[in-house]
Structure formats: structure tokens, C-alpha cells
Write a protein of this length. Structure first.
Length: 320
């Protein structure tokens, strides 16, 4: 029921003609995936549609949005303090995901829960960025794979020196920076172009094995809100160079299979890759039920999602 409900939210005139028992089930699925705030914003953007929902269902979404908003406000204040510190120290950086993604593509910084702060810093400036945050009260933890991690109380900041683990592709970070745009009033802080943000959010979903509806909604929302700025041909050329094309095709197969009417909005001419991903499979896994379909889907994401046999063989000893 959740997929059908979400599909309706992206139609010009959504028909939410479901009974109260259906909405109880949908509410449980929304809570399971932690997407109350995203659904709330989608309904608000539809204008009058939310007024025809059961009161208890709507109030539950409002409560979920309010909770996310309060937490994200704290994250927003902390992130702005980091950007000001980087600006003072002339450290180039760029926000990834998080509240900036929510603001730009869902219409409000409270529209998508974010658990930490992710920022790209060019590798030559990483040590300076770490020292800068230490001066701001953060405690350095570790440099692992493609990022450094720091803490201040319960707040975690990850400084990414590239956009993928180095041993899973030959991704070139240069286009992300070269195509970036000035961010707000800053001189040293940039924001990704929509084209590169879409590429990154697909890679991010793949890294998490698309194991939550949140990752699918991220991609669907970008396509509906900013599809005119996304060039699939350029995306596939870049992914081919970076050896990430199977990941991108896998992710887009899942998204377009669950939201087939996207073809009318943003046509996709691509050979699909069946990863074994199914809605019931990821739902059951979150609930602790893992059968043969789950392990088949996991096999694809752990070992068969790579463009090179080199990475396939590496995946036997290294987790992806």
C-alpha cells in the first residue's frame, strides 16, 4: 500500500481514496522507514489533498515533521557554525546530503531527517579542516576510507575527501567541484550542481543497498523537482568513466520499477538490471525476517554491482 500511496503523491491530482484501515497500515510503513517528514512535505505541496486524510493520520505526520524539524534546526545551527569557521580559515568545502539537500529538493530543511553532518573538503585541505574543527571543540576520531570523522558530544561530522570509497571505483572528484555553484554568501563554500548532486545521491543509495524507502524518495523527488537539470546521457558517460555505471543502472532500475510513471515525466532509455530488490524484501529485513530473496538481493549489492572484476574480487574480502 505504501508504494501506491507515494505514487499518488506525485500525480497532478492525487486520489487518496483509501479507508481508515489502509491509512493505519500506511502509517505503520511510513514509521518503519522513518519518512514522516518527507511525506508531510509532499502532501503540503499538493495543496488541499491533506485535508481529505483521516485526522489521526495527518496529525501523526505533523508530529513526525515537528520532531524532525526540531532536531534539524539544531543541525542547521551547527552546520552554519562550521561553514563560518571554514570561511574564516579559507577552507574550501561543500555540503553533502543533510539539511541542505532537504531544503533544496524537498522545500524545507526539516523535510528529511539527518543524523550527522557530511561535508566535502578537497584532500589537500583536509588536515587544515580537521584542525579547524578541533579548534571549534570537535574531537578527531579517525580517517577511514574516503572521510575523516569528528565528534562534539552527540554531534558527528564527516569530512569527505572524495565521493566514493577509493577502492570501489576510479571516481574523479573534479567534476563535482568544477560544476559547483556559490553557496549563499560564502566565498569558499560551494554547493553541488543538481547534475552532480543526483549522481552523488544515487551512489549514496547504492552504498546503503537501497535498503530504505528514504533513498528511493530522494531520487524520485530530485527527478520531479529538478528533472530538467538532470542529463541522463551525461550521467551515464561520467559513470562509465568512473566505473560506477552498474551502480547507477541498478539504482535507477529500482526507482523506475517502483515509480513507472516517471517515464512520462523524465524518460529513461536504459537496459534495466534486476538486483533482486523488492519492496517486501527490504521491509521484511527491517522487521528481522530474512529469507532467500533477501540474500539474493544482498549478493547483488555486495558482489555484483561493480563494473570491474577487480572490484568484484575485492568485495569478497572487503565489505561494500
Amino acid at each position: 500500500m505504501l508504494i501506491s500511496f507515494l505514487q499518488e503523491l506525485y500525480k497532478p491530482q492525487p486520489e487518496l481514496n483509501m479507508n481508515e484501515d489502509d491509512f493505519i497500515g500506511i502509517q505503520a510503513e511510513i514509521d518503519l522507514f522513518g519518512i514522516s517528514a518527507q511525506v508531510y512535505m509532499l502532501l503540503k505541496e499538493e495543496g488541499e489533498a491533506y485535508k481529505h486524510l483521516p485526522i489521526a493520520f495527518w496529525q501523526h505526520l505533523v508530529s513526525g515533521f515537528t520532531s524532525t524539524l526540531q532536531f534539524n534546526l539544531y543541525m542547521k545551527v551547527q552546520e552554519e557554525a562550521i561553514f563560518r569557521a571554514f570561511e574564516r580559515n579559507r577552507i574550501h568545502s561543500m555540503p553533502l546530503k543533510g539539511i541542505q539537500f532537504a531544503s533544496r529538493y524537498f522545500g524545507h530543511y526539516g523535510a528529511r531527517y539527518t543524523s550527522d553532518i557530511d561535508i566535502y573538503v578537497p584532500e589537500p585541505e583536509l588536515k587544515r579542516a580537521i584542525r579547524c574543527l578541533e579548534e571549534e571543540g570537535f574531537e578527531f576520531e579517525v580517517i577511514k576510507d574516503h572521510h575523516a570523522r569528528l565528534h562534539k558530544g552527540d554531534l558527528t561530522v564527516e569530512l569527505h575527501m572524495t565521493f566514493d570509497k577509493q577502492y570501489w571505483s576510479r571516481l574523479d572528484p573534479a567534476p563535482f567541484w568544477e560544476e559547483s555553484e556559490r553557496f549563499q554568501e560564502y566565498h569558499y563554500i560551494r554547493q553541488m550542481s543538481t547534475q552532480q548532486a543526483f549522481y552523488f545521491i544515487c551512489l549514496h543509495g547504492a552504498r546503503h543497498h537501497m535498503d530504505n524507502m528514504r533513498f528511493i524518495l530522494d531520487i524520485v523527488q530530485m527527478l520531479y523537482r529538478s528533472g530538467a537539470e538532470i542529463d541522463f546521457e551525461a550521467l551515464f558517460r561520467q559513470a562509465k568513466r568512473d566505473l560506477t555505471s552498474r551502480r547507477i543502472r541498478t539504482v535507477l532500475t529500482i526507482v523506475y520499477s517502483q515509480f513507472p510513471h516517471l517515464q512520462e515525466w523524465k524518460p529513461l532509455d536504459m537496459t534495466y538490471i534486476d538486483s533482486g530488490w523488492r519492496y517486501d524484501t527490504i521491509r521484511s529485513a527491517i522487521l528481522g525476517r530474512k529469507g532467500v530473496p533477501y540474500y539474493r538481493y544482498k549478493l547483488h549489492f555486495k558482489h555484483l554491482i561493480f563494473d570491474s572484476w577487480k572490484y568484484v574480487l575485492q568485495s569478497i574480502s572487503k565489505p561494500y
